[in-house]
Design a binder for this molecule. Structure first.
Ligand code: HEM
Length: 195
């Protein structure tokens, strides 16, 4: 943290969560390589849904990011599962989550959810290629904001970077804990990939 200086918070969060991101990416890619059926893909959506819907609900009272309505992700996952003819997963109670009890923590966690739209596009391409179908129906979640994804990311980063310095540490810890808890949940959920 002492190297924070005056660099934007977004740069700091990227560095601070880099190894957690790499770990998660590695795990997801390994698992995604085994997905060869729509049922397998629906289970992957279920992994994201069970984690994201809780986190989005927990963030909501603490922050109001620009275009919040458009940014909601659990709704897109539900739409995708339905479009693919799947069943919504249950809502397990033991899903690990970061502590989110103030604005800075909520912003740090939102950084992870918003940043995931960047990797999501890669995931959409990988899965659609493996299933031999276009990344159209059933891919609204992983396709993020489509052509507007980078623009939406930049907008979010500007918003993030307005956080007062005194709150940077809380945001960074929450961002890291978001990666760690999602990673933990992906490990717990791993059996779902065995379809
Ligand atoms: C197969 C899985 C994934 C791959 C291949 C992947 C790949 C990437 C890539 C290439 C970027 C950089 C894009 C750019 O700089 O233009 C990125 C950024 C990011 N990803 Fe992922 N990602 C994956 C999964 C995830 C997941 C599941 C999350 C969160 C739950 C996540 C969170 C982030 C965040 C927060 C950033 C922004 C980093 C920054 O501050 O610039 N990623 N990802």
């Amino acid at each position: 943290m002492e190297h924070l200086g005056t660099s934007p918070l977004s740069d700091h969060l990227k560095l601070y969560t880099q190894s957690a991101h790499q770990q998660l990416e590695k795990k997801l890619v390994m698992n995604m390589k085994q997905i060869t059926t729509t049922a397998g893909y629906i289970k992957l959506l279920g992994l994201f849904y069970t984690y994201y819907h809780i986190l989005e609900k927990n963030l909501q009272p603490h922050l109001n990011i620009p275009d919040a309505g458009e940014r909601r992700k659990a709704d897109a996952i539900i739409a995708d599962i339905k479009a693919l003819g799947g069943e919504l997963p249950g809502r397990p109670h033991d899903v690990p989550q970061p502590v989110v009890s103030n604005y800075a923590q909520a912003l740090g966690a939102a950084y992870v959810l918003e940043g995931s739209t960047l990797g999501g596009i890669i995931i959409a391409k990988m899965i659609s290629k493996q299933l031999g179908i276009p990344a159209a129906t059933g891919f609204s979640f992983f396709n993020g904001y489509g052509d507007a994804t980078v623009e939406m990311w930049n907008k979010f980063r500007n918003f993030l970077n307005a956080l007062p310095t005194a709150q940077h540490f809380a945001a960074a810890e929450a961002a890291k804990n978001t990666f760690l808890t999602f990673n933990e949940w992906a490990t717990t959920y791993e059996s779902v990939f065995e379809v």
